[in-house]
Design a binder for this molecule. Structure first.
Ligand SMILES: [Cu+2]
Length: 157
């Protein structure tokens, strides 16, 4: 009886060891930025499309922390000119994200890391992420430079 339980013990230990070795072998293969980037979001007062955009970011692999309200102050704090304003403001790794910026442009921003304030989709174009609609407005994702000027980062037509 004693010998038997010792056998089970040994085999369990061996299995655990095998799992540990397998995990250690896999770990170095993971990308360096395995942890998903954290986006901190400040919404506008009683904004529902803000939450649509937050859901879009989460579905695209971002971790999101949300503050209800405070987008105007956050926009000013992050240096995003009000001319490019929208209904919510986000911050990710030192960049501002204004409005319904698609997740793929956020990913590209973090990959390319331009010297800039961040990205903006001014206003609230229909058909942008979080603004789902049968009508699709043409819109541009703008890269906002430190001088406040913008350039087209991506066009959606
Ligand atoms: Cu909106």
């Amino acid at each position: 009886m004693l010998a038997m339980s010792r056998d089970i013990c040994t085999s369990l230990t061996r299995r655990d060891l095998t799992l540990a070795v397998a995990a250690a072998a896999v770990a170095p293969l993971l990308p360096v930025h395995a942890a998903s980037p954290v986006v901190e979001v400040w919404t506008g007062p009683s904004c529902s499309c803000c939450h649509g955009w937050i859901d879009h970011l989460k579905a695209s692999g971002f971790t999101v922390t949300t503050h209800d309200g405070g987008n105007t102050d956050a926009r000013a704090r992050l240096g995003m000119p009000v001319d490019y304003g929208s209904c919510h403001t986000g911050a990710v790794e030192g960049y501002a994200l204004e409005g319904h910026v698609p997740a793929r442009e956020v990913q590209r921003l973090l990959a390319e890391r331009p010297d800039a304030i961040g990205l903006s989709v001014p206003g609230m174009p229909r058909g942008s992420p979080g603004m789902e609609s049968p009508v699709h407005d043409a819109y541009d994702v703008l890269l906002i430079g430190r001088d406040g000027h913008s350039s087209v980062f991506q066009s959606y037509r």
